[in-house]
Structure formats: C-alpha cells, structure tokens
Write a protein that binds this ligand. Structure first.
Ligand SMILES: Cc1cc2ncn([C@H]3O[C@H](COP(=O)(O)O)[C@@H](O)[C@H]3O)c2cc1C
Ligand SMILES: O=C(O)c1cccnc1
Length: 334
C-alpha cells in the first residue's frame, strides 16, 4: 500500500462514520502525505511577516497613507497587531522582517533587518523592482525560512505589511491567471466604489505598459519587495518539505507566483481561509482548492493562517489520538 492508501485506511478506521470529519480528513491525509508518515506532527510553527513599501502608493490606490506600513511594523514590535494576538494564542513564533520599508527603524527594535530598498518603485513610471532587487528579496524570504527549518520548525506561514500591496497582488493575479483587471481588483484596506474605479484605471495603465515574460520578470515588474520575499520563502519551504499555511489575497498571489516557478509547492500548501477581497475566490478556484475557513476576513498580515492553526492541529490530533474501530470494539458498517 502507498502511504496515501495507508493514511486513508487509518482515517477510515477511526471511531466515526466514514468521511464524517469532512475537510479535516482531507487535511490529515495531506499532512501525512507531505510528512510521509502515519503519525504526522506540527513542530515549532513559525510565522514570518515581511514588510515593505510600494511606490505605486503615490497614485492614491490605497485608502491609508504609506506611513501606516512603518507604523504597523512598530505595532508588531509592541505586540498590538492582530497577528501578534493570534500567534500568541496559538503558540506560533512570530518574526517581522523589514525587507523594504521606507523608514529607518531604531536599531534596538526586535525586527529582522534585511532591507533590500526603501520601497519598490512606482510602476506607473518604472518596474516595481530591478531583477537584482527582486532576487535579493526572494533570498531574504528563503534565508528566513531556512533559519526556521534549522531551528526545528516543520510548519511555516507568511504574512505581509505593505500599504498598496493589494494592487501588486491584483496585477500578479491578472498576469498569471488571466482575469480582467476589474475581476482582479477590489477595495483592499477599504476603498469606496469610486476609489476602486480609480485603482482599476491605474492598474489597467500599469498592466498595459510592460510585457514581462518569465515568472521572475513578472514578479519584478508588478510585485512588491515583501511579496518577492514571500515567493522566496514558499519556494524554500517546499525545499525543506515544510507545511505551508496560506493566508488571503496577497499570500495567494505570492504562492501562485511561486507555483509558476515550482509547481510542486502547491502539494505542501494548506489554504486557510477565503478572503473577502475581490479576486481571492477566483484565485482559489484557479488553484482548485477548498479553503478551511470562511470568516469574511480581509486583513492580511497572515492572520487567516494563524487563526486556522487549531484546525490544522485538530487534523493531526484525530489521526494520532483517536481509537480505531477494532481497538475500541466498535462495530463497523455492514
Ligand atoms: C492599519 C492597517 C493594518 C493592516 N494590516 C494589514 N493590512 C493590509 O492592508 C494593506 C493592503 O491594502 P491596500 O492595498 O489597500 O493598501 C496591506 O498592508 C495588508 O497587509 C493593513 C492595513 C491597515 C490600514
Ligand atoms: O486577503 C488579504 O490578504 C487582504 C485583503 C485586503 C487587504 N489586505 C489584505
């Protein structure tokens, strides 16, 4: 029997009606397959938040000012952001990487200092990153994940902070999935209808201005420094055979980009929730995946991944701890 067949047999013989743990059964099967064991474990789950600014923010495509990026990084350091709360609650370690914030942080702050540039460029004028900046950002992500793996982690999630990054994500989605800019563009952190119309016009202009071909060129042209770091992180996490918990619209744009570079990344991904940001459902359909949670969340920071951690643990725990029909003396279906 293959490991998949053995896992399915183990799941089917637990003391429950066949299939009655629904998506948790699929999750247990996936985790067991990734770890190639009938007794998988979640070890030292780690959450990495990558922060960077976006030159395109100068074009009024976000409802919030660019300064919110560095201000939220300070808030992460103070423990006051949503991602701090959910990571604390679920015993997930949290690190914040300054990979491209347009601000000089005080040296003593507990930030991982890995600044590639003071923000991406305004893509209405020039590509978001040079190829060198893009690969440097990807390396930051990869190195960050390798460090966690060396420390014994086998489960990773990424989050981001970057005012304007839903715009970059919409452009990546448009380019990789092929939907119209209208289908790929939503309110982000809370634009009203006429502001979304302006965002769509800006993104249409940017999308028509360049014609990059390879996934790396597309990422450098339309991405963001923190998104490139996430792409590098996901690629490395697959190399380390870690479980990869995926958040919402921005994380999914990053993982779709990573999948263009290494299709096998998808096998290790757990799609944690369906974001309310327009376009996320289309992304999930494109990937052919069912997310665990539908909470109407649209925050980012990796929060959807952090709140799904108890479900991931439930999947692993029922597989490891539930009795089998035989052991508990429970009669099976006739
Ligand atoms: C206070 C605040 C905290 C956040 N935490 C995450 N985001 C989210 O909103 C931003 C993307 O939305 P847009 O593309 O519309 O700028 C990203 O930083 C994302 O992580 C936040 C946004 C704000 C305002
Ligand atoms: O789903 C997300 O990642 C998201 C949605 C809106 C704003 N920021 C992030």
């Amino acid at each position: 029997m293959t490991i998949k067949e053995q896992l399915q047999h183990k799941i089917n013989n637990k003391t429950k009606p066949l299939g009655s743990l629904g998506l948790l059964e699929k999750l247990a099967l996936q985790i067991g397959e990734v770890q190639n064991t009938l007794s998988p474990k979640i070890e030292k789950p780690a959450h990495l938040v990558f922060a960077a600014d976006h030159g395109l923010a100068d074009e009024g495509i976000s409802p919030y000012p660019k300064d919110v990026t560095w201000q939220m990084v300070m808030n992460f350091c103070g423990g006051g952001a949503a991602i701090n709360v959910f990571c604390n609650q679920n015993d997930i370690s949290l690190k914040v990487y300054d990979v491209g914030v347009d601000y000089d942080f005080p040296a003593e702050l507990p930030i991982e200092k890995a600044k590639v540039a003071y923000g991406s460029r305004n893509m209405r004028i020039e590509p978001a990153m040079t190829p060198e900046e893009c690969s440097a950002a990807m390396k930051v992500g990869a190195d960050a994940v390798r460090k966690e793996a060396e420390n014994g982690s086998n489960t990773i999630a990424c989050g981001e902070m970057g005012i304007g990054n839903t715009s970059a994500s919409s452009l990546l989605m448009h380019r990789f999935i092929g939907g119209t800019i209208e289908e790929c563009t939503g309110p982000g952190a809370g634009l009203n209808n006429s502001q979304v119309e302006h965002k769509i016009n800006v993104l249409k202009e940017v999308a028509g201005k360049y014609n990059p071909q390879t996934p790396e060129e597309i990422l450098a042209t339309f991405g963001g420094i923190e998104i490139a770091a996430m792409v590098g992180a996901y690629l490395e996490a697959k190399k380390q055979n870690m479980l990869i918990l995926i958040d919402g619209f921005i994380s999914t744009a990053a993982v779709i980009t990573a999948i263009q570079m290494d299709a096998s990344v998808k096998n290790n991904c757990i799609f944690c929730h369906s974001s309310d940001e327009k376009g996320h459902k289309i992304m999930l359909e494109y990937l052919g995946v069912k997310p665990l949670l539908h909470l109407g969340m649209r925050l980012g920071e990796g929060t959807g991944a952090a709140v799904a951690m108890p479900l991931v643990k439930s999947a692993v725990n029922f597989l490891n701890q539930m009795s089998s029909m035989e052991d508990a003396g429970v009669s099976n279906k006739e």
